[in-house]
Write a protein that binds this ligand. Structure first.
Ligand SMILES: Cc1cc2nc3c(=O)[nH]c(=O)nc-3n(C[C@H](O)[C@H](O)[C@H](O)COP(=O)(O)OP(=O)(O)OC[C@H]3O[C@@H](n4cnc5c(N)ncnc54)[C@H](O)[C@@H]3O)c2cc1C
Length: 505
C-alpha cells in the first residue's frame, strides 16, 4: 500500500537503527516517560502513608484513586506518547478542597499535575514521574448564567460540549469549538488558551474569559471571577493563568462570555489549483462575507489521500491540489445563503476556485465538516504520525509543508498539511510506517529552526507541555524566558505545579 515508503537506502539504515522502536504512537502503551526521555526527577518528596491518610480524611476513600488499573488512564496521554507513574489521583469537588490539597502538597514539597479531560497532545496533562494528579472531573457544576449579558460562570471541570448543550437551549453558544469537545474541560481549555475551528469569529480564550478563580501553589485562593464585560480595575491577573498549562495555579472557576447562537449555517467546499489561489480566496472571503464568516479551513491533496485511505471518506467535488472549507453563521437564512452563493460565483468568475459545492442542510453540512473533524481518527490506524501544530505568517503558511516534504524525501509515507487558515495555524503531519526515534531526530530540531526563521510559533494552540519544552528557547528571547522563570518562582517558589513542563530547565 505504501509503495513510496523506504526506497532510500540512507533512511532504511536509519530505520533499522531505530532506537525506541516500542514507543509507537496510538497503538501500544508507551514506555514510562522517565525511561524513554532523558529527564531527571526534581527534588520532591515521595508519597508517604501519612500523606495518603491526609488526602483520604479530606476527600473520603472514593475520591482518592490508588488502584493501578484505575490509575492508567490518568497516567497516559491521548496520543499514547508519554506515560507517568503516579500512584494517586485526587478528585476534589470544591475550591476549598483544592486549596487544602495544594497547601498540604506545598508544605510537604509534593509535586502535582493538574488534569482536566486529558486531551492535551504535548504531554502537559500527565505526570512525568510520580506527581500527584489533581483531576477536576468532579468539579462540574454550572454556577450561574446571566442570559441577558451572555455570561456563564461554572466550575473548571465542566465538559465543553455539556456547556454548549446547556447554552444551546438558551439561545447562546460557547465561543470555542474543538475536536475534543466531548472530553475536554473548560479549565483545561483556559489553561491551554484553546483555539479551534471558529477562532476567526470568536477569538481564543484570552478574548472570551471574563474572570477566573485560581488556587496558587501555597493554597491561596485568588478570586477574579467577574460577571462584568468591562473591568479595568487593576492588573489583569486572569491573563497570566490563561495558557499557563497548570504551572502557575489551578483554575477552579471560570466566567465566560457567550455570544448569541447563530441560527443558520452554510458551508462551502472548494477545490483550488494552488496555494496562491487559496490565499486570494481567503482574502476575498474576509471582504465579501465579513460579519458572517465563522471558519476557514484548508487541506492539501496528501491530507485528502490520508482521509480516503484511513477514514474511507472522499472529497464531495472530486480531486484537486487544495481544498478550502468556508463556513458562515448568521441570523438571516436568505441573506446568508445568497451572500455565500454570490461569493462562490465570484471566485469562479475570477478563476480562483476550480469547482465547489455549497451546503445549507444540517446533514450535508455535517458530512462536509466530518471530513475535516475525523482526520485525527485516522492516526489511530496508521503506523505513526509526527504531529506539529504550528503558526506561521500567512505568506509562509504552506512553504514549510513543502520544505519538510523535501527534507523527509522517501523516508515517510507522506507529509501533509491542513488547518485553521483563518488563524495562520497549520497542522503539519508526517505519516510513518512505524515510529522511529532516528526519523524524529531527522525532523527535530530542523522543523523548529525553520519555524524560527519564519518568525512563526512552535505551538499555535496545543501549548508547550513536556514535548516541546526543550525547543522553547529557539523561539523566545532569553530575557522573555527569564521573565517567565521569575514569574514562576514568585507564584510557585517550590516548583510543585506541573514540573518538567513549559520552561526548559
Ligand atoms: C481530537 C483532538 C482535537 C483537538 N483539537 C484542538 C483544537 O482545535 N484546538 C485546540 O486548542 N486544542 C485542540 N486539542 C487539544 C486539547 O483538546 C486542548 O488543549 C484542550 O483545551 C485541553 O483540555 P483538557 O481539559 O483536556 O485539558 P488537559 O489535557 O487535561 O490539560 C491540558 C493542560 O492544562 C492543565 N490543566 C487542566 N485543567 C487545569 C485546571 N483546572 N487548572 C490548571 N491547569 C489545568 C494541565 O495540567 C495541562 O497542562 C485537540 C485534542 C484532541 C485530542
Amino acid at each position: 500500500m505504501f509503495s513510496s515508503f523506504v526506497k532510500n537506502s540512507r533512511v532504511q539504515s536509519l530505520l533499522s537503527k531505530s532506537g525506541r522502536g516500542n514507543q509507537s504512537l496510538f497503538h501500544k502503551k508507551p514506555d514510562f516517560t522517565k525511561n524513554a526521555f532523558n529527564v531527571t526527577r526534581g527534588d520532591f518528596n515521595y508519597l508517604q502513608n501519612d500523606h495518603i491518610h491526609f488526602f483520604k480524611s479530606l476527600l473520603g476513600e472514593n475520591r482518592v484513586v490508588m488502584d493501578s488499573s484505575d490509575l492508567e488512564k490518568y497516567n497516559v496521554d491521548w496520543y499514547l506518547q508519554v506515560r507517568g507513574n503516579s500512584a494517586i489521583v485526587l478528585k476534589p469537588k470544591s475550591t476549598e478542597e483544592v486549596s487544602k490539597i495544594l497547601s498540604f502538597c506545598n508544605d510537604h514539597k509534593l509535586a502535582v499535575c493538574p488534569q482536566g479531560g486529558n486531551t492535551n497532545v504535548v504531554g502537559a496533562a500527565v505526570p512525568v514521574f510520580d506527581e500527584i494528579i489533581i483531576s477536576t472531573e468532579l468539579m462540574n457544576e454550572i454556577i450561574e448564567l446571566d442570559e441577558e449579558a451572555g455570561i456563564l460562570t461554572c466550575q473548571a471541570g465542566c465538559i465543553l460540549e455539556n456547556l454548549d448543550n446547556y447554552l444551546s437551549e438558551r439561545g447562546l453558544i460557547v465561543p470555542l469549538d474543538i475536536g475534543a469537545k466531548g472530553s475536554c474541560h473548560i479549565g483545561g481549555n483556559v489553561s491551554t488558551n484553546a483555539g479551534g475551528m471558529r477562532l476567526i469569529r470568536y477569538g481564543n480564550m484570552h478574548g472570551n474569559i471574563l474572570g477566573l478563580e485560581v488556587v496558587l501553589a501555597n493554597g491561596t485562593i485568588v478570586d477574579c471571577v467577574s460577571a462584568l464585560k468591562k473591568d479595568n480595575s487593576g492588573y489583569h491577573l486572569n491573563n497570566l493563568f490563561i495558557g499557563s498549562e497548570g504551572s502557575l495555579g489551578l483554575v477552579t472557576k471560570v466566567s465566560l462570555q457567550c455570544p448569541s447562537r447563530p441560527k443558520f449555517r452554510n458551508v462551502a467546499f472548494f477545490g483550488l489549483q494552488n496555494f496562491d489561489k487559496v490565499l486570494e480566496t481567503f482574502t476575498l472571503s474576509k471582504h465579501k462575507l465579513g460579519e458572517i464568516l465563522s471558519a476557514v479551513e484548508v487541506m492539501d491533496t496528501p491530507t485528502m489521500d490520508f482521509i480516503k485511505e484511513r477514514n474511507n471518506q472522499k472529497s464531495p467535488i472530486g480531486d484537486y491540489p487544495f481544498y478550502l472549507m468556508i463556513e458562515t453563521s448568521g441570523s438571516n437564512e436568505q441573506h446568508d445563503e445568497e451572500k455565500l452563493n454570490m461569493f462562490f460565483e465570484e471566485t469562479l468568475e475570477k478563476e480562483l476556485v476550480l469547482n465547489g459545492t455549497v451546503a445549507n442542510e444540517t446533514n450535508k453540512i455535517q458530512d462536509i465538516w466530518s471530513i475535516r473533524e475525523n482526520i485525527t481518527n485516522g492516526y489511530k490506524t496508521c503506523g505513526a504520525v509526527f504531529y506539529y501544530d504550528i503558526s506561521l505568517p500567512t505568506d509562509n503558511y504552506y512553504t514549510i509543508v513543502d520544505e519538510i516534504r523535501a527534507h523527509m524525501g522517501n523516508s515517510c509515507v507522506r507529509v501533509f498539511g491542513y488547518g485553521h487558515l483563518g488563524d495562520g495555524n497549520v497542522h503539519l503531519q508526517i505519516q510513518l510506517e512505524e515510529y522511529s526515534e532516528d526519523l524524529k531526530r531527522h525532523v527535530e530540531p530542523y522543523i523548529f529552526e525553520r519555524i524560527a526563521a519564519y518568525k512563526g510559533s512552535i505551538s499555535a494552540e496545543h501549548g508547550i507541555g513536556f514535548m516541546k519544552a526543550k525547543y522553547l528557547k529557539m523561539v523566545k528571547p532569553k530575557t522573555t524566558l527569564d521573565s517567565m522563570k521569575n514569574l514562576k518562582i514568585m507564584l510557585d517558589p517550590k516548583g510543585i505545579l506541573n514540573p518538567y513542563k513549559i520552561l526548559p530547565e
